[in-house]
Write a protein that binds this ligand. Structure first.
Ligand SMILES: Cc1ncc(COP(=O)(O)O)c(C=O)c1O
Length: 460
């Protein structure tokens, strides 16, 4: 079958898509009158759709994934070579790229020692939740089973991870959810829950401790947090927050699980988001940027202390981690991840991310001077959000339809940007930007110029 249709045949592809593909996170009624978008090619930071239209992609594949950019032949070659040599064997056995990538990854994560492979962010988080639950059963008499999560954070799409989700619109209508997950308040100072406190970061961390004390510290096994809340509004943690969270976890013997599915592997200008804040986690999960979308791979990384808890009693047939992910044994993932890591190092993409992030923030702050509708700009590295408000004084969120119109206007202008999407009732009002780590100054300027024009068009 011809997998590379000529432009003449592309109508057939679009019609096949319209007829048979159920797209993610989209209401399909619209495709009765409008063509579904089919992306056919990508190079660097640009993609082309079925109609031949070119877009500058400011969201790295829609959901912040293609960190090293499109069309990387060296990754495709690495994957191909691996597939013809050994494509798959269950991960109860090892593989050459699996072992080598684990070693390279651990080299970037002082304090961590073990990598458990699976193939999506949700799955990586589920593994950590299962580990926490098993630790509770085996070492705490079943009591320390509760897992805390934070309002506005997202950890995945499965029923388990939705139960740990702080975004009500993602979970609504999919209940009943899994018991044993408990919410703590968000840490977005722009929307402070505590009025004008002197140190908001400490107040937000104290709120976590209150929840632990309310639930009973002997019942709380872990807390799962994004280093920077991503889809919940790009929330950078306030000063003093992480230090205090770490201290609270130590004092109450609560394991710290950092969800790096978005921030991991370079997005913030450090290898991991938590490394911006000096945090020492017990679990780190990652997915999107691990192989930049060239293959499906996710990792649940733990300390040796956590790992040891699963091998202390070899005589007990139930004592080890009795979990498997079939496709965690696909060798394409770590093969792609190894080459992805090499590219980030050789092309000095962390330095570039920091430098381009400074430019992106500067441009967005300049837009804030010009457009009253931008109430707040937040982010780190090449990950930024601009929260839109009707009125800066009251901070009333901008109407979601108008925010979507800004995204649509950028789109029509040839620049793909994102927004908080079906996350929080009334607060789907933050524009999201996560261009590839290879961004050049001209790309960053083109993105913010398109937003400038779109804001003028929609809000005047
Ligand atoms: C922070 C975070 N964790 C987990 C996930 C789930 O990852 P996946 O869609 O690969 O299951 C996402 C997805 O956007 C995410 O943003």
């Amino acid at each position: 079958m011809n997998m590379n249709p000529k432009l003449n045949d592309i109508r057939e592809v679009v019609e096949a898509d319209r007829k048979h593909v159920w797209h993610h996170l989209i209401q399909h009624k619209t495709f009765e009158t409008v063509d579904p978008r089919v992306i056919v090619e990508g190079r660097g930071m640009r993609v082309w759709d079925a109609a031949g239209r070119e877009y500058l992609d400011a969201v790295s594949g829609g959901v912040w994934t293609v960190n090293v950019g499109y069309g990387r032949e060296s990754i495709a070659d690495a994957v191909r070579d691996q597939l013809v040599k050994m494509n798959y064997f269950a991960n109860s056995a090892g593989s050459i790229p699996g072992a080598l990538f684990a070693e390279r990854l651990i080299g970037k994560m002082p304090g961590m020692t073990r990598v458990y492979y699976s193939n999506s962010g949700s799955e990586a988080n589920e593994k950590a939740f299962k580990m926490v639950r098993q630790i509770a059963h085996r070492h705490h008499g079943g009591r320390k089973y509760k897992i805390l999560y934070r309002e506005r954070d997202y950890h995945g799409t499965t029923i388990g991870t939705l139960s740990a989700g702080g975004q009500p619109q993602r979970a609504e209508q999919y209940g009943p959810l899994t018991p044993g997950f408990v919410e703590v308040p968000h840490c977005l100072e722009y929307r402070s829950q505590y009025g004008a406190v002197e140190n908001y970061g400490e107040a937000a961390a104290d709120a976590i401790e209150k929840v632990i004390l309310r639930e009973g510290p002997d019942t709380v096994g872990a807390i799962c947090l994004e280093p920077i809340t991503a889809g919940g509004g790009v929330i950078t943690p306030p000063a003093g927050y992480w230090e205090k969270v770490q201290d609270i976890c130590r004092r109450h013997n609560v394991l710290l699980h950092i969800d790096e599915v978005v921030c991991g592997v370079g997005r913030t200008g450090e290898w991991f988001g938590y490394q911006n804040y000096g945090v020492k986690p017990d679990f780190v999960t990652m997915a999107k940027g691990v192989a930049s979308g060239y293959a499906a791979i996710s990792c649940t990384v733990t300390t040796e202390a956590v790992f040891e808890l699963f091998k202390d009693n070899p005589d007990d047939p139930m004592s080890y981690f009795r979990d498997i992910s079939t496709f965690g044994g696909c060798a394409a993932g770590p093969a792609a991840a190894l080459e992805n890591l090499r590219i980030i190092e050789d092309e000095k993409l962390l330095d570039n991310t920091k430098a381009m992030g400074v430019r992106l923030e500067r441009n967005l702050r300049a837009l804030m001077e010009k457009h009253e509708v931008i109430g707040d700009v937040r982010g780190k590295g090449l990950f930024f959000g601009a929260e839109l408000v009707e009125d800066r004084a009251t901070k009333q969120p901008a109407d979601e339809k108008k925010v979507a119109a800004v995204v649509g206007a950028c789109n029509a202008d040839g620049v793909l940007i994102g927004m908080t999407n079906r996350s929080l009732p009334g607060f789907n009002n933050t524009l999201c930007l996560a261009p590839a780590l290879i961004s050049r100054p001209a790309d960053i300027d083109a993105i913010t110029e398109a937003i400038d024009r779109a804001l003028t068009k929609v809000f005047g």
